[in-house]
Design a protein around this ligand. Structure first.
Ligand code: F1P
Length: 363
């Protein structure tokens, strides 16, 4: 009993009525989005203008911040018909020769201290790129060396596992994509203003579902998370959360790539989560499901209602998300995986706020 109390850590500290910071911070997300929607408008329009008139767009970050940047990359393509180049911060040297004046580099780091990101920014700046920092710390080194910043206003994040800062980064970046889309004569992302409310009700719907699924999967050693486009970016973040908070080996696999090798290790012992956020994903998902039929692989589809209905004729576990057609679905889907990672962590008697071997800032 004492051991369990120790591991849960929650009852021993006061985190505003929540047993852990991680779950408290997930629940803060809707109000952070509201704050951003109400305060960031002018800044976002200014930065969108800069991006719209740039030659090339680089998106730089590490860990969760890279994953937020990858959603942004897909959102810019989908809504604004612009190509950006997503770069893992540490990989920057492999691109440095092509960055030049007239380019914009969007550098994402909640802490603003991640050394790989700072190094990449210094080099991009040296090459003449205009730097937009996206950070939760306006006093950080990243903020200081950026030409402009988006302050994501998430408040201090106590849990090492990033949740609310990821969602705030993502929302700010979707606001930017929406404005770049409008500058090019597009329609923008129409559901962004309603998203704080949608997320609030979605979290309360998804919480019991994620608890139930956590109780089904917490004993597994490994998990695959599949997706395409934005669904792939979300699967990367989901896999990272499950590794960090729950200690489960989880791998993000592009859905269309699953039949090119990974299928060989798919079996009863490895549940599959499959993100389906767009009609275009269905053909690849159908092919894979056909291949896996009878193999006993536990499959969960994470999808919006309309898309899920066809496939739902098979006996699969379907997690129904609010049916958003835009990139905003990434925020709703990520909140499901954040909740799932939290509840798997609890079921495994781990401390979700302090994963082993991790620190909040990677210097
Ligand atoms: C990047 C990051 C986090 C991750 C972990 C280590 O941080 O990779 O995404 O969850 O805590 O650091 P940052 O650059 O966004 O501060």
């Amino acid at each position: 009993m004492v051991l369990i109390m120790e591991l849960f850590r929650g009852p021993l500290i006061d985190v505003g009525g929540s047993p852990h910071y991680m779950i408290k911070e997930i629940h803060e997300e809707p109000s952070i989005l509201k704050r951003l929607w109400e305060n960031l408008g002018d800044k976002i329009r200014q930065i969108a203008q800069r991006i719209y008139s740039s030659d090339k767009i680089y998106v730089i970050g590490s860990g969760s911040s890279y994953n937020a940047g990858l959603v942004f990359h897909y959102a810019l393509a989908q809504h604004a018909r612009r190509i950006s180049i997503p770069i893992v911060s540490g990989d920057y040297p492999h691109y440095s020769g092509i960055v030049s004046r007239g380019d914009v580099a969007i550098a994402i780091s909640q802490s603003g201290y991640t050394s790989d990101t700072l190094e990449a920014v210094k080099r991009a700046r040296g090459a003449g790129a205009y730097i937009v920092g996206v950070t939760n710390n306006p006093e950080s080194p990243l903020a200081r060396i950026s030409d402009d910043i988006i302050h994501i206003m998430a408040g201090k994040e106590e849990a090492v596992t990033a949740t609310k800062t990821f969602t705030a980064q993502l929302y700010s970046l979707l606001m930017v994509s929406s404005e770049v889309s409008k500058l090019g004569g597009g329609e923008g992302i129409e559901d962004l203003g309603a998203l704080p409310k949608i997320l609030l009700s979605s979290i309360s719907n998804l919480e019991p579902i994620s608890r139930r699924i956590a109780s089904e999967i917490y004993r597994y050693q490994s998990i695959f998370i599949l997706g395409m486009g934005i669904g792939h970016a979300v699967s990367r973040e989901a896999a990272l959360k499950l590794k960090e908070a729950s200690g489960i080996y989880s791998e993000a696999i592009h859905t269309s790539e699953a039949r090119h090798g990974p299928k060989a290790v798919m079996g009863k012992k490895t549940p599959i989560y499959c993100n389906i956020f767009a009609e275009e994903d269905l053909e690849d998902v159908e092919k894979l499901l056909r291949d896996l039929e009878g193999s006993g692989v536990p499959i969960y589809l994470i999808t919006s209602k309309e898309i899920g209905e066809d496939i739902g004729k098979r006996s699969l576990d379907i997690v129904t998300l609010t049916p958003l057609k835009s990139s905003s679905i990434a925020i709703i889907a990520t909140s499901f995986y954040q909740l799932l990672s939290y509840y798997v962590s609890i079921s495994r008697l781990l401390d979700p706020d302090m994963p082993r071997m991790l620190t909040k800032v990677v210097l």
